[in-house]
Design a protein around this ligand. Structure first.
Ligand code: NAD
Length: 244
């Protein structure tokens, strides 16, 4: 089975109703990034940070996977599909995708603020509190780690925190896609958040590669599909499934 790597950003979930990061009416319009998505903001005002993520948590719960998430899931019929996403929502999971790496964490998981003795190494690189768990309600002030008493926080990656992905694994994926005549699809990202954005040039050596975005950044050798993910991804998936 050939491998397709789908690297996604906020634009993948835009048509589901989840605001993107930088577009007008974006997520951050009413907040300063450093207040709600940086360890210094957490140190200053935990209540504000938790309120911001409560809104994200409640918002995601109300949204449904769109045609793009479903098209990615459909590709699994004939391909080994690996999702690497910057998104913290669970719409790929709910569309039926199986292999998903959340580089920036998950809004549905919580962890202890301290990442200390109560934490363990989970899989390759991700440190997770033993009590990291899917939660049905947003994290509140006073929700404590059962091991060390630290305040719980959403298991999302803030600026200046390490991403939950190992670039060695990405290099292995690049080799697999390159030598196995696979496909790389980059969808709905402005490629401005690092180090996640550094993943795109790593796939430059792959022959079949696409960028899907209504305002795509022009990158040499990539086939640009200038349109919305919910329109372009189903068309591309149909073409790839027919040719498989
Ligand atoms: P970004 O806001 O910087 O860029 C969004 C990109 O999506 C833009 O290039 C825009 O042109 C494109 N876009 C807008 N509508 C689209 C559509 N319908 N179809 C396809 N593309 C569309 O987002 P980013 O590059 O992902 O970086 C933002 C950071 O914020 C990420 O780290 C991410 O974790 C976080 N974030 C996550 C979510 C989520 O989980 N859904 C939402 C917002 C932000």
């Amino acid at each position: 089975m050939k491998t397709i790597v789908v690297f996604s950003g906020a634009g993948l979930s835009a048509e589901s109703g989840i605001p993107t990061f930088r577009d007008s009416n974006g997520l951050w319009e009413n907040y300063k990034v450093e207040d709600v998505a940086h360890p210094s903001g957490w140190a200053k005002n935990k209540e504000l940070v938790l309120e911001f993520y409560r809104q994200r948590f409640e918002g995601v719960k109300k949204c449904e996977p769109n045609a793009a998430h479903k098209a990615i899931a459909k590709l699994q019929d004939k391909f080994n599909v690996v999702n690497i996403t910057q998104n913290i929502d669970d719409l790929l999971e709910r569309a039926g995708c199986v292999l998903i790496r959340h580089m920036h964490g998950s809004i549905n998981l919580r962890k202890c603020e301290w990442h200390k003795s109560c934490c363990m190494l989970d899989g390759d690189t991700k440190y997770t509190c033993l009590f990291a768990e899917e939660h049905k309600e947003a994290v509140k002030l006073g929700d404590k780690c059962m091991m060390c008493g630290g305040q719980m926080r959403p298991d999302v990656v803030w600026f200046d925190e390490p991403v939950l992905f190992d670039f060695e694994t990405v290099r292995e994926l690049v080799k697999e896609v390159k030598y196995n005549d696979g496909v790389f699809i980059c969808v709905g990202t402005s490629a401005q958040v690092h180090p996640a954005a550094a993943l795109i040039p790593l796939f430059a050596q792959v022959k079949n590669k696409y960028i899907i975005d209504p305002n795509p950044k022009r990158i040499a050798d990539y086939t640009l599909l200038t349109g919305k993910a919910g329109e372009e991804l189903p068309k591309l998936a149909e073409k790839l499934l027919k040719g498989a």
